[in-house]
Design a protein around this ligand. Structure first.
Ligand SMILES: Cc1ncc(COP(=O)(O)O)c(C=O)c1O
Length: 479
């Protein structure tokens, strides 16, 4: 009798075929599928109200259950009607690479646990530095996503900036408060990072933005000056290359020079908009990216990767080790060949999955020429959406940017501000219930707006027109 968890080869082959069929099923006819399947939370909870299984069941039935309860109800990120948040559709090579990577189950914490995977991670990091123009001799590490990349960047900033004070050993006790600067449009993960790092959000100065939602440089300079005279230590400027709300790209050159003048760390959150720095058409917006000390990126956003695939780049690889290294006898490398990169010494995690493999396989399969064309297409489509809105007399355009976020309101002839606000606030849950498209809202200059983010290579003008059509139809049925 087989005393392992393995299926017989025949059964495993059958199960692989069955799961492959499901993949094909899920990825076909995407334009005829809903973006969201509305079920009340209590109902979804009830599907999984079950005891811990004592005896196993037929794996084919488990896969059938997955199809029925999970796959058929899944929020359709892969389809072309997902406009909410920053949701990429993924790509088929990324999906295939996930499956192959899970098969070899590498732990990229130590080099000899994943030799090729470790080298691939180094290569992907360098490619990321090259394609973003951050610098191809940079160092870096793959992390779970944009939030983790920003947390890692700010951890490095704190530990290196205060290295002489032995901050890793002493902690923050007895230190003068140090301050961080970012615009009011900064992503919430920066606030969360400062909570985690013991710096505290009271030390995060949120600087007002200009009309185009980029950080106001005069206000930034004034805030630094005021903090200095009040006895604080200004320590880090966070620029955003692609804000989540509108895709605004801060003036990175100016931020770099302010950071330099005041001897501060310069970190860029490029989780949403860092990778499009590879596009010639908007490259000038990223001038100054190469001057940053650290850059957070997210391949699961604008490089069409399946979740999760974040990345932190730093201009000197050794500072990751100075931030994270912890000697441990069971991880000792003195008996090993020297020159190997053991990623656990350069990041918080010990066990790490091999996220870089899918990025490497995708970049090799599609090539930058094609990937750039897809990113450019998303941007063109976001502008196309803006144009359709401007042409229509029942919508009003609220924001566009160099990237692919377009914000608007449905007005339907209303002029009263309160009535328009109410209509748009009602539309969001109604659209969720309808499910044909998935879109959410945000607040810009204190006004509630509908926000469409287009980073899905499966979208085209027809799917964008469909968004407006569905909004009109759902609005018509509101009362
Ligand atoms: C600008 C920006 N920063 C950080 C994040 C957080 O990234 P993640 O959701 O991968 O943690 C996002 C997510 O949308 C973002 O747009």
């Amino acid at each position: 009798m087989n005393n392992t968890l393995d299926f017989s080869p025949e059964q495993f082959q059958k199960l692989l075929n069955k799961t492959s069929d499901l993949v094909i099923h899920q990825l076909s006819d995407l334009e005829s599928k809903k973006a969201y399947h509305f079920h009340p939370q209590k109902e979804v909870e009830s599907w999984f109200d079950e005891p811990l299984p004592k005896e196993g069941m037929n794996p084919e039935e488990v896969i059938d259950l997955f199809k029925e309860l999970v796959m058929d109800t899944a929020t359709n990120n892969v389809g072309p009607y997902m406009y909410a948040y920053v949701m990429t559709g993924g790509s088929q090579m990324s999906l295939l690479a996930e499956k192959l990577t899970a098969t070899i189950n590498q732990n990229v914490g130590k080099w000899h646990l994943g030799p090729a995977a470790s080298e691939i991670e180094k290569r992907v990091v360098q490619w990321a530095g090259e394609l973003t123009t951050f610098g191809k001799d940079c160092g870096g590490v793959m992390v779970s996503g944009g939030s983790a990349a920003n947390l890692a960047g700010l951890t490095v900033a704190r530990n290196i900036f205060f290295e002489k004070e032995n901050i890793r050993e002493k902690g923050l006790f007895g230190m003068k408060p140090f301050t961080v600067y970012a615009s009011t449009e900064v992503h919430g993960c920066v606030d969360k990072s400062l909570m985690e790092l013991g710096i505290g959000t009271n030390q995060l100065r949120k600087i007002p933005v200009n009309e185009d939602f980029t950080i106001n440089l005069d206000d930034l300079k004034a805030a630094i000056k005021q903090d200095k005279s009040a006895g604080f230590t200004p320590f880090c400027v966070v620029g955003t290359a692609g804000t989540v709300n509108t895709g605004a790209i801060d003036d990175l050159t100016a931020l770099a020079s302010i950071a330099k003048e005041h001897d501060m760390w310069f970190h860029i959150d490029g989780a949403y908009g860092g990778l499009p720095a590879c596009l010639k058409s908007i490259q000038k917006e990223y001038k100054g990216i190469e001057l940053a000390d650290s850059l957070a990126l997210d391949f699961h956003k604008w490089m069409y990767q399946t979740f999760e695939a974040g990345c932190l780049l730093v201009n000197d690889f050794s500072i990751l080790q100075r931030t994270y290294f912890k000697q441990a006898s069971y991880l000792d490398t003195t008996l090993e060949e020297q020159g190997r990169t053991n990623f656990n010494e350069h990041y918080f995690q010990l066990t790490r999955n091999a996220k870089a493999i899918k990025v490497w396989m995708s970049l090799k399969t599609y090539g930058m020429k094609k990937l750039k064309a897809m990113i450019q297409k998303d941007i063109v489509l976001a502008h196309y959406l803006g144009e359709q809105i401007e042409k229509a007399d029942d919508f009003e355009l609220k924001s566009t940017s160099h990237l692919a976020v377009t914000s608007f309101r449905y007005t339907n002839g209303l002029t009263d501000e309160k009535a328009i606000d109410e209509l748009n606030r009602k539309l969001i849950p109604a659209l969720e219930k309808d499910g044909r498209v998935f879109i959410t809202g945000t607040t810009l200059h204190n006004q509630f707006v509908i926000r469409a983010c287009l980073i899905n290579h499966r979208m085209h003008e027809g799917t964008v027109n469909y968004l407006l059509k569905v909004i009109r139809e759902v609005a018509a049925n509101l009362n």
